[in-house]
Design a protein around this ligand. Structure first.
Ligand code: SAM
Length: 218
């Protein structure tokens, strides 16, 4: 019997969590409130992914960030805590029921001036931004529209900028060759679009539910 046979993915994830720096306490508060008040709190990025996004912001120093899919604001605030002082984050959320909690935590964070929350359908909002405007885009909304978002978002990304798309492994379902599930098919289409785009360099990171990182080269 192996001494390692009881090691589960959950234990590994908890270990990684306990060896990752904490994000500001307000994010722990937000996570607790999300668990109490929201129907699907699992949608929240959480500490590991939040810290990852924070690292990316510290490294890339983006002036303008766009997020598609705010939920309660966890990933948005994780990024804001890592971005340079004069940068700005735009975040789009379709569900007006989330607005109160998002605004509450934006205010608490002290970053009201650096964050613009747009309560609307991202599919119609994205075209309102200028081309080549963002250095960093975090896509984390309706999976079924990921191929459409790719077409809409890439022109808005600066050369050298990065688009990060969450849930691109969809618990591993994307490896299926026979699935007709609409979300699986959309995510497969998205991943193929990225892989076949000669203007980009990409990395599908098997971290949490899969983060597709796409750098615009030209
Ligand atoms: C996975 S959650 C986002 C989690 C958040 N990024 C975080 O890490 O805490 C997805 C969010 O996308 C929102 N959403 C779905 N379709 C959308 C759309 N067309 N436009 C904007 N937001 C949308 C949902 O209402 C939901 O709150």
């Amino acid at each position: 019997m192996s001494e390692f046979q009881n090691i589960t993915p959950t234990l590994i994830s908890e270990y990684a969590d306990s060896h990752t720096s904490d994000l500001p306490t307000i994010l722990q508060e937000l996570e607790r409130e999300t668990c109490v008040k929201c129907i699907n709190p699992r949608m929240l990025s959480g500490k590991l992914q939040g810290q990852f996004l924070n690292f990316i912001c510290r490294m890339m120093k983006p002036k303008n960030i766009l997020e598609i899919g705010t939920f309660t604001g966890y990933s948005a605030l994780s990024m804001v805590y890592g971005m340079p002082e004069k940068s700005h984050l735009y975040t789009i959320e379709a569900n007006p029921e989330q607005e109160e909690i998002i605004r509450k935590y934006i205010k608490k964070s002290g970053f009201s001036e650096q964050i613009t929350l747009i309560i609307a359908d991202a599919k119609t909002e994205i075209s309102k931004f200028e081309n080549d405007f963002f250095e960093l885009i975090f896509l984390d909304a309706d999976k079924i529209n990921y191929p459409l978002y790719y077409e809409l978002l890439m022109p808005k990304l600066k050369k050298g900028g990065m688009l990060i798309a969450d849930n691109t492994l969809w618990s591993g379902a994307v490896v299926s060759k026979t699935s007709t599930d609409k979300e699986v098919v959309a995510l497969q289409t998205f991943n193929d679009l990225v892989q076949n785009d000669s203007q980009t360099q990409n990395l599908l990171l098997p971290f949490r539910d899969g983060l597709m990182c796409v750098m615009r080269l030209s």
